[in-house]
Ligand binder design. Structure first.
Ligand code: GLA
Length: 387
C-alpha cells in the first residue's frame, strides 16, 4: 500500500471562503468551489483543503445539548453531506472556530467546549480546523493554554486533524505553535488586497499589504519547517478588488510577487479568490508548477533574505536537490537592475545553470554574477543549479 505523506510535511494548499464570501458563505458556494478545484486543474497542482471560514454556524447559539448548529438557512443540510461531497472529489474539508465564547464574526466560539466540538467535527468528517483568537485574553500564556486545549481535543478524536492557529502573530506562535499541536500559525494580521497596508477606519486598524508581508516573512525565516509552518495568511491573488476584504486589487506583477514570497517563505497557499471564475492571468499565477515546487520542496526550508540593495531584496532558499531558489524582489516604484553574485547565494566558482521559474525557461549560465532587470513591484524567481 502506498504510504501517505505525514501531516503538513509540506505547506498546506487549498482554498478558504473568507476572502471571497466573508459572512455570506453557504453550502452552494462550497460545493461549486470544490467542483471547480477539480475541473480547473487546481487539484492536480496540489490544492487539497476546502475550508469553511467564520459564520457557518447558527449565530444565536448552541442547541440544547450544547452542540454547535450549522446555520439553518445557509447550511440547511448540515455539514456532513457537504464533507462527503468534498471527500468524494478526493479533497479535504476544513472548518473554523475561535478560542473564546464568540468568533470574530460573533458566532459561538469553542472555549470550554473543545472536546465536544472536536468530537462533533470528527463525526462530520472534518479534516482541518482554523482556530481564531477574537474576544480572547491578550497575554501569551492564555493563548498557549487555549490553543493547547483545542490541540489536545483534536488529538483525542479518532480523526486526523490539521490544526491552524490564527492569533495573528501577536504572541510569537512560531515559538510554541507546534507544542500546542499546531501545523501552521498566522504570523500577521489579515492581508488585504493591496500592495501597501489599508486603514480600516471603523476599527482604526491597519490591514497588512504585500510589501509589509515581505519583511514579516524575512524576519521569521529561521522558524517553520516540515510539520509546522509560518502562515502569511490566505492568498489575495485573483481577487482584483472584488473580494469581501478591503483593498482595491493589484497589478499582475504585484500578485506575482505575493505568490513568489509565499512560495519562498514556505507559507501555506490557501486561495482566496472565486475559483469558479478563474481568469487566465490568475490561473497562470496559481498553477505554475515550477513555482509551486519551490513552496512544496521536501526540504521545507523557508527562504532567507541575503541582501537588500537599492530597495530590492535578494532571497535564497535551498532545495532538496541541492539547487537554490533565488527571488529578486523589486520593492521600488520604478524599474531596477539587480545584480546577484554567486557568493550571495552560497555558490562559488563552478558555472551555474539559471532557470527563470515564472517564465519556465533556462536563461543561461552564470559563473560569478547575474544581472536582471525587474519591473516595479515585480519578483523574478530563479532556480540556480550546478550544471
Ligand atoms: C479574523 C481572521 C480572518 C478571518 C476572520 C473571520 O479576522 O484573521 O482570517 O478568519 O477573522 O471573522
Amino acid at each position: 500500500m502506498a504510504q501517505s505523506k505525514p501531516l503538513a510535511s509540506t505547506p498546506l494548499m487549498g482554498w478558504n471562503s473568507w476572502n471571497s464570501y466573508g459572512h455570506t458563505i453557504d453550502e452552494a458556494a462550497i460545493r461549486k468551489t470544490a467542483d471547480a478545484i477539480v475541473s480547473s486543474g487546481l487539484k492536480d497542482c496540489g490544492y487539497e483543503y476546502v475550508v469553511i471560514d467564520d459564520c457557518w454556524s447558527q449565530k444565536s447559539g448552541r442547541d440544547s445539548n450544547g452542540d454547535l448548529v450549522p446555520h439553518p438557512d445557509r447550511f440547511p443540510n448540515g455539514i456532513k453531506p457537504l464533507a462527503d461531497h468534498v471527500h468524494d472529489l478526493g479533497l479535504k474539508i476544513g472548518i473554523y472556530s475561535d478560542a473564546a465564547d464568540r468568533t470574530c464574526g460573533g458566532h459561538p466560539g469553542s472555549y470550554e467546549f473543545e472536546e465536544q466540538d472536536a468530537q462533533l467535527w470528527a463525526s462530520w468528517g472534518i479534516d482541518f480546523l482554523k482556530y481564531d483568537y477574537c474576544n480572547a485574553p491578550e497575554d501569551q500564556a492564555s493563548a498557549i493554554e487555549r490553543y493547547t486545549r483545542m490541540g489536545q481535543a483534536l488529538k483525542e478524536t479518532e480523526r486526523e486533524f490539521l490544526f491552524s492557529l490564527c492569533e495573528w502573530g501577536n504572541r510569537s506562535p512560531h515559538l510554541w505553535g507546534s507544542q500546542a499541536g499546531g501545523h501552521m500559525w498566522r504570523v500577521s494580521g489579515d492581508v488585504f488586497d493591496s500592495w501597501i497596508g489599508v486603514l480600516v477606519a471603523e476599527y482604526n486598524w491597519w490591514g497588512v499589504g504585500i510589501d509589509m508581508s515581505i519583511d514579516i516573512a524575512a524576519e521569521l525565516s529561521p522558524y517553520g519547517g516540515p510539520g509546522g509552518w509560518n502562515d502569511l495568511d490566505m492568498l489575495v491573488v485573483g481577487l482584483k478588488g472584488r473580494g469581501k476584504i478591503p483593498g482595491s486589487g493589484m497589478a499582475f506583477v504585484e500578485y506575482q510577487t505575493h505568490m513568489s514570497v509565499w512560495s519562498m517563505a514556505c507559507s501555506p497557499l490557501m486561495i482566496g479568490c472565486d475559483v469558479t471564475e478563474l481568469d487566465k492571468e490568475t490561473a497562470t499565477l496559481l498553477m505554475n508548477r515550477e513555482v509551486l515546487a519551490v513552496n512544496q520542496d521536501p526540504l521545507g526550508r523557508p527562504a532567507r533574505r541575503v541582501k537588500q540593495l537599492a530597495g530590492c531584496d535578494v532571497w535564497t532558499k535551498p532545495l532538496a536537490d541541492g539547487s537554490q531558489a533565488v527571488a529578486l524582489i523589486n520593492r521600488n516604484s520604478t524599474r531596477r537592475d539587480v545584480v546577484v553574485k554567486a557568493g550571495d547565494v552560497g555558490l562559488l566558482d563552478e558555472p551555474k545553470l539559471v532557470r527563470d521559474l515564472w517564465a519556465q525557461e533556462d536563461v543561461g549560465d552564470f559563473a560569478q554574477e547575474f544581472t536582471k532587470t525587474i519591473q516595479a513591484h515585480q519578483t523574478v524567481l530563479l532556480k540556480i543549479s550546478c550544471s
